[in-house]
Design a protein around this ligand. Structure first.
Ligand code: AMP
Length: 163
């Protein structure tokens, strides 16, 4: 359990967490890989969400997944890309989160991922929560904690026993 004081300060910032779906670059699961390659090359992000034509979240796609498809016996062969669709190579074992946010879950998941996908109860893609926005939330929390709460140090022996 995270401290209630920390949780409540994070919650004050939660309106800033979401990057809404409308401004998140994405590809469709049926897009061919040559198109997806162009999209990923043009934007500055290395991994982006994959959606179906009803905006359901389906997986994630990165440039390295596409590069792997191009690797043949004789080096790199981009001519294979138009023959494959994004859904054949995307990553599907992706944790997703829903509103209302569970701050503890977000903190755990962001240890291993630079961003988290937010969906609604029908798996419709809502947006992403990035590690960057959560770091800003942590910065706010660290600065404001003692404005809102009284924090007192425990005796040193007690801290040592508990750690
Ligand atoms: P950041 O913390 O802003 O560097 O974002 C972390 C990761 O989230 C990026 O590397 C992308 O994979 C993803 N990301 C952030 N913003 C966007 C966006 N507008 N569109 C697509 N992906 C994004």
């Amino acid at each position: 359990m995270i401290a209630k004081s920390i949780e409540s300060l994070f919650e004050q910032r939660q309106d800033h967490f979401l990057i809404p779906a409308e401004i998140v670059a994405n590809v469709q699961e049926t897009n061919h890989l040559d198109h997806a390659f162009l999209v990923l090359t043009k934007i500055k992000y290395s991994k982006i969400p994959v959606l179906d034509n009803e905006q359901h979240f389906k997986g994630l796609l990165s440039l390295s997944m596409i590069a792997e498809t191009m690797l043949g016996m004789n080096g790199i062969d981009p001519s294979t890309l138009p023959r494959h669709q994004v859904r054949e190579i995307m990553q599907t074992d992706v944790p997703t989160i829903e509103l209302p946010y569970d701050i503890e879950e977000i903190l755990h998941l962001l240890v291993d991922q630079p961003f988290l996908v937010v969906v609604d109860k029908d798996q419709i893609f809502t947006g992403i929560v990035t590690r960057r926005e959560i770091m800003k939330g942590f910065n706010y929390t660290a600065h404001e904690l003692e404005h809102y709460f009284t924090v007192t140090e425990k005796q040193t022996e007690k801290i040592e026993q508990e750690s």
